[in-house]
Design a binder for this molecule. Structure first.
Ligand code: ZN
Length: 248
């Protein structure tokens, strides 16, 4: 089984299409898992939602899904995120919001994989960006393997009794493969499809292959200018448009 794992698509359809195309050059995809924030920031929230529905993606909700439906307040968002969340909420139809509301905050797929946007400690809010957060998440993870998003930076946290804090946390680079061993609990962040923040503007995603029991991180170029022009037309905040070319 080959599974495409995406996170933080952020209403960037060009990036999502590039990822789907690129992932399929490696073989047939048997499933798509989406780790939240499919909407928010970008210009095409409904289109990204329906593209993932076409792929029968198994999705969890992120903070931007919850903000788009009004389930959480945008008071804690920074001004640009708040402006884009209100724009997104205004643009989505009732049936699209119902789809977002129906997304759970955590789910287990293929028996061995826990999916969550942030961490299992605080599913839609916490950034898994430290040894402490990684160890806390892995202590709550009931399955050997997990995927999370939210930071927009590809990374892996593994339980490791010999590491300081009991957890090894490191970034993942383009083309890097991780072998899965049921004896070692890990959680992998595939990075962001639609708004990478690690200095590399290319869309980021991961593929799980059950035959090789491995997860591979991939980066792929997409037409950033086209997404930026749509954002300009929509009147979305300047910094959200500019950061796409910088990957931060
Ligand atoms: Zn996000």
């Amino acid at each position: 089984m080959r599974v495409l794992v995406v996170s933080d698509v952020h209403a960037n359809l060009d990036a999502l299409e590039a990822v789907l195309r690129d992932a399929r050059t490696g073989g047939v995809l048997d499933a798509v898992w989406s780790l939240g924030d499919c909407v928010g920031y970008g210009p095409l929230p409904g289109e990204c939602l329906s593209r993932l529905s076409d792929e029968s993606a198994a999705s969890v909700a992120g903070n931007h899904e919850r903000a788009a439906t009004g389930a959480i307040s945008v008071d804690d968002f920074n001004p640009d995120a708040r402006a884009s969340a209100l724009w997104t909420a205004d643009r989505l139809e009732g049936d699209e919001k119902a789809l977002l509301d129906a997304m759970p905050e955590t789910r287990i797929e293929a028996e061995y994989f826990s999916l969550v946007h942030g961490t299992l400690r605080r599913p839609i809010w916490e950034y898994l960006y430290s040894v402490e957060a990684g160890a806390a998440h892995l202590a709550l993870q009931q399955t050997p393997f997990g995927f999370c998003g939210h930071t927009h930076v590809p990374a892996i946290a593994s339980l490791d009794a010999d590491a300081p804090g009991g957890c090894d946390f490191r970034r993942l680079a383009d083309g890097q493969s991780v072998s899965l061993d049921p004896g070692t609990k890990v959680v992998i962040n595939p990075g962001s499809v639609g708004q990478p923040r690690d200095g590399d503007p290319r869309a980021s995603y991961a593929v799980y292959d059950s035959e090789t029991q491995s997860v591979t991180l991939r980066r792929v170029e997409y037409d950033i200018g086209s997404t930026q022009r749509l954002m300009e037309k929509a009147g979305l905040p300047r910094w959200l448009i500019e950061r796409l070319s910088e990957g931060r």
